[in-house]
Structure formats: structure tokens, C-alpha cells
Design a protein around this ligand. Structure first.
Ligand code: GLC
Ligand code: CA
Length: 551
């Protein structure tokens, strides 16, 4: 099937060096005053997004869902939740995005569904031993009367990964109890997801983000094997070579080989990007030629503010994908982690979960450092070879909100840990658009998470015409990146030596410099294309970066 983006022969796929913007739909823009962002709200902001210079949008799940986990609990994979609009709204948004040359990626959640999904409801009703239960992971419990969970498997959101139902059986859920895991050994489960990929591809979406891509296949041989090691850290993966009962099992690649065939039925082939919390060694397996296209580079996201650490992560990521002739991706924030402006203001090694538990008070982040580093890191991210993912609001320099009132928290992590973990709501606070409007222009009603009192200062309206704002820097960087890519700089970088505190590399004629050290760095000869702070022309201070055009 052709569309206006059909690829010409020998053309690199559009996503290789794409700039992709993540929209957390619930928190982006509300069109009808119910306090919740929606699809018409996203459409109303397309000119803003186009002005930002992005190539694609990734929308977090907007499918029918009871919202037990912000929509990652899907009850119908091929429709739109009325809270977010209608399928007609989605089509309009897609067309309007395509008219502006913006591609659209939707978020597929194959590991689990909602406990309200008709298949799960049917499984509950049909009882133990029924074919309906086969689509999920039901087991009898341990102990004398089956009163113990079938294995030691733990939910990533706290507590056991098993929930008991009234007839005595238990079902598995890696996440909240409202998110039962599918049994991917079941042919109908596979067939149904293939229908879902085709449904959205036929509608014209350009790609898919695959949620928890490394978790689909479980070792269900009886007796169920226990896990090893603590498994509570987000995205923790088993040490290499260990055969974990549900993370990163080799069989999962069979699913993606099958999906590749479907994605390739379209012109251009649909993109698939994996959220896979696996080791750097194993991550390239997910982007082999006959599997998915990209995987999020969470090693980059987790990298401490340290020159050598960045260099190590960048080298390892580039070497990993080179082995399989793929491109890597770069990401610093998303809807699951503390925003990077805030992370970079915290002392190295801060335990973020504990920091959140203190309401963000111990320690207090150094906001000036966080601000400088967030700006400096943008130039690094946007000059590296591969796709870059931005998370909504980082272009406004939004910080984490660690002190939301407990009554407004919605992340299931908060409830499942009995309140000991705050969860991820602090990076999901709605976007401040307009400093002067009630609801900061996000909504005419009451936003689903409250805005901190001082957030009008981050509003897009305030940054629009400010030469020193985050928004201006993001626009300039995206435009400069586009010009740089037009000169076909290729997928390689070469490190340059500017002393032990400076990260420096060339990509084509671009020289990217980031000064991690305390001393000023005199800039070498060359034209300064862009710097992380306005007015930089001859020296880079601490935590500042620049792009130079060199001969
Ligand atoms: C992914 C999502 C996260 C969600 C989880 C369960 O990690 O990014 O938000 O809670 O999967 O679907
Ligand atoms: Ca709404």
C-alpha cells in the first residue's frame, strides 16, 4: 500500500535519524474541559509541534481502558477511549499530522491487557481448566489449600505477580493486578495482535512502540521456576546468559520475526521500536534485520553526568547496533522516569526512589546545574547518529514535580507499595501552555494532576519570544540538526581530544563539544552553529556545549 511517504529505492528509512516527540496524551492538551488531555487537543497543537521541527509523534495508549495504569491496561486494542475522543478524531489527527509531514507512532501493549478486556472476563467466567483461561496465565496455588502464590514472581509495581480469583486459581501479572499477562504460547493471542498491527497500519499509522517488548514469553513448564536476585528496580534485567523465567527469553524473537513480515507488507514498512529493559549485550538482538527497527537506549537515559560514563555508553551503543547493521536511539526522559532537568541537578548516585519518597526535599536539587546540563545534553543527543526521542515538556525545561499531594497520585505503584513509593506521576504533570490562562492553557477545567504554583514561568507562552528559553534552544537545535543531516554526515563519530573533562566528537563536518570540567574551554577555530547558552562565541563554561562547523 502506497502513501505520501512511500520510500524511493535506496533511500534510508525515515526513522534512522528521526526526531521523535513523545506525547503523553492524558497530559498534553485538553479540548473539552474535563481536565484530561485528548486527541483533538493534540491536533490543536500540531502547529506548535511542527514549529518545533520534529519528524514524528509517539502517542502513549489512547485505547479503551479503565486507566488502572494510565492506559497501559487496554480493554480494546482497536478503538479509541471515549475519554480521548473517537476513531474519527484519530483519523483527523493522523491526516493533519501527515499534512505537516509529521509521522505517527502508536503504542502497542502486548504483554498484558486490562482485567476488563472481554477475553479476560471470559476467562474468569469460564473457570479453571477452560480453553478461555489458556489465553492467560492461570495456575493453582501452592500450600495445603492453594493459598500460596504459584511462584515467587514479583510484580514490578510491588507485591506478588499473582492474584487469586474467587474460584481459588491465581493469574499472573508482571504489573498491577488489573493487568493480567497474556499467554504468548497461545496462537489466538498471537493472531489477535497481528490483527491489531494491521488495523492501525491500514489506518495509516507509521509505526509502533512495543511496550515491555522483552517480557512476552514466559517459561511456563511446571513446576514454575523461581526468579533470581531482586527484581524491583525499574527495567532491571537478568545478568547475561541467565535463563530468567520471564525476562528477555530467546523465544520472544520469534514473535518479532513474525511481526516484521506484517510491518513489511506496507510501503513504507512500518517502524517498530522496542521498550526492552535488557542488557546492552542483548539489546541489539531486538533490532536484527528480520525483527524490530529500534530499541530505546535506556543506558543513555540512566547515564550519570560524567564525561567518561557518557563516552562508554555511546561507544557501547554504537558498537552494539553496528553488529546488526541497525541504528541506535537516544533518550533522556519519558513518562516513567524522573525528568532529566531534575536528575541532573541531584548529586551523582542519588537513589531516585528514595528522593521521591522525601517529596524531593532530601537532597534539594541544584536547579541551576540541572538547567545548564539539560540544555547542554540536548546538543549531545541531537548530534549523535540515530533517532532521538524527546518527551513532552522537556522543550520547556520542565522539572519533576516530586511533591504532588498524595490524594492526587494516580500511578498504581503508589497504591501497590502501600505509599512507600510515590510512583511516576511527577513527570506526568500537564503541559503549561499559557501563563495567563486558568489551568495554564492545558484545560478550561481542573487538570487531572495539579500544576505547581510557580509553573506559569515554564509556560510555552512565556518562552515563545525569549531568545534564552528552552523552547528557543530546542527549535534552533532541531533546525540545525536538519541542516546537518542534509549534508549526509553518516552513522559514525570520531572522538576528539580536548582534555580529560571534555566530551568531543566529529560527525561529518560537525564538531560537538561538551565541557564537563570546572575550567573554561577556549573554542577551536570554526563557525559556532549553536551553543547551549545564548551568547557563547569563544569559550565554553562548565556544563555548556556547542556545535561547530569545522573544515
Ligand atoms: C511500560 C510503560 C509503563 C507501563 C508498563 C506496563 O514500562 O512505559 O508506563 O506502566 O510498561 O505496561
Ligand atoms: Ca479532555
Amino acid at each position: 500500500m502506497q502513501n505520501l511517504f512511500s520510500t524511493r529505492p535506496n533511500e534510508a528509512p525515515w526513522w534512522r535519524d528521526a526526531l521523535i516527540y513523545q506525547v503523553y496524551v492524558r497530559s498534553f492538551a485538553d479540548s473539552n474541559g474535563d481536565g484530561i488531555g485528548d486527541l483533538p487537543g493534540v491536533r490543536a497543537k500540531l502547529d506548535y509541534l511542527s514549529g518545533l521541527g520534529i519528524d514524528a509523534l509517539w502517542l502513549t495508549p489512547f485505547f479503551p481502558s479503565p486507566q488502572a495504569d494510565g492506559g497501559y491496561d487496554v480493554s480494546d486494542y482497536r478503538d479509541v477511549d471515549p475519554m480521548y475522543g473517537t476513531l474519527a478524531d484519530f483519523r483527523q489527527l493522523l491526516d493533519a499530522a501527515h499534512e505537516r509531514n509529521i509521522r505517527m507512532i502508536v503504542d502497542i501493549v502486548p504483554n498484558h491487557c486490562s482485567d476488563q478486556h472481554p477475553d479476560f472476563q471470559a476467562a474468569l467466567a469460564a473457570g479453571p481448566g477452560s480453553p478461555e483461561r489458556e489465553k492467560f496465565i492461570f495456575r493453582n496455588g501452592g500450600g495445603e489449600n492453594g493459598e500460596l502464590p504459584p511462584s515467587d514472581w514479583q510484580s514490578k509495581f510491588g507485591g506478588p505477580a499473582w492474584e487469586r480469583v474467587p474460584d481459588g486459581q491465581w493469574y499472573m501479572h508482571i504489573f498491577s493486578r488489573e493487568q493480567p499477562d497474556f499467554n504468548w504460547h497461545h496462537p489466538e493471542v498471537r493472531a489477535d495482535f497481528e490483527r491489531t498491527l494491521r488495523f492501525w497500519s491500514d489506518l495509516g499509522v507509521d509505526g509502533f512502540r512495543i511496550d515491555v517488548a522483552h517480557g512476552l514469553m514466559k517459561d511456563l513448564d511446571l513446576p514454575l521456576r523461581n526468579t533470581f536476585g531482586a527484581d524491583s528496580a525499574p527495567l532491571l534485567s537478568p545478568p547475561d546468559g541467565q535463563d530468567h523465567p520471564f525476562w528477555d527469553r530467546d523465544e520472544v524473537h520469534g514473535v518479532y520475526r513474525q511481526w516484521r513480515k506484517i510491518l513489511d507488507e506496507y510501503d513504507p514498512p512500518r517502524l517498530a521500536v522496542a521498550e526492552a529493559g535488557v542488557s546492552l549485550e542483548r539489546l541489539p538482538m531486538y533490532v536484527r534485520r528480520d525483527e524490530l527497527d529500534q530499541a530505546f537506549n535506556f543506558f543513555y537515559l540512566r547515564c550519570p553526568w560524567d564525561r567518561d560514563a557518557f563516552r562508554t555508553v555511546i561507544d557501547a551503543a554504537l558498537a552494539g547496533v553496528a553488529k546488526v547493521d541497525a541504528a541506535t536511539s537516544w533518550v533522556l526522559s519519558n513518562h516513567d522516569v524522573v525528568r532529566h532537568r531534575t536528575r541532573y541537578g541531584l548529586p551523582a548516585g542519588t537513589d531516585l526512589l528514595r528522593w521521591l519518597a522525601t517529596g524531593g526535599t532530601h537532597p534539594v536539587p541544584d536547579d541551576a546545574a540541572g538547567r545548564r546540563r539539560a540544555r547542554a545534553s540536548l546538543l549531545l543527543t541531537l548530534s549523535l547518529p540515530g533517532a532521538a526521542y524527546l518527551y513532552q515538556g522537556e522543550e520547556l525545561g520542565l522539572p519533576e514535580v516530586p511533591d504532588l499531594p498524595a490524594a492526587s497520585l494516580r500511578d498504581p505503584i503508589f497504591e501497590r507499595t502501600g505509599g512507600t513509593e510515590k510512583g511516576r506521576d511527577g513527570c506526568r504533570v500537564p503541559i503549561p501552555w499559557d501563563a495567563a490562562a486558568p489551568g495554564l492553557g492545558f484545560t478550561d477545567g481542573v487538570p487531572w494532576l495539579p500544576h505547581p504554583r510557580d509553573w506559569s514561568k515554564y509556560a510555552a507562552s512565556e518562552q515563545e519570544h525569549d531568545a534564552g528559553s528552552f523552547l528557543t534552544l530546542y527549535r534552533q537545535a532541531a533546525a540545525a540538526r536538519r541542516r546537518m543531516l542534509a549534508s549526509s554526515p553518516g552513522p559514525h563519530i570520531s572522538w576528539q581530544d580536548f582534555g580529560e573533562n571534555v566530551l568531543a566528537f566529529r560527525r561529518g563536518r560537525l564538531l560537538c563539544l561538551l565541557n564537563f570540567g570546572p575550567d573554561e574551554l577556549p573554542l577551536p577555530a570554526g563557525e559556532v552553529l549553536l551553543a547551549s547558552e545564548p551568547g557563547i562565541s569563544s569559550v565554553l563554561g562548565t556544563d555548556e556545549s556547542a556545535w561547530l562547523l569545522v573544515p
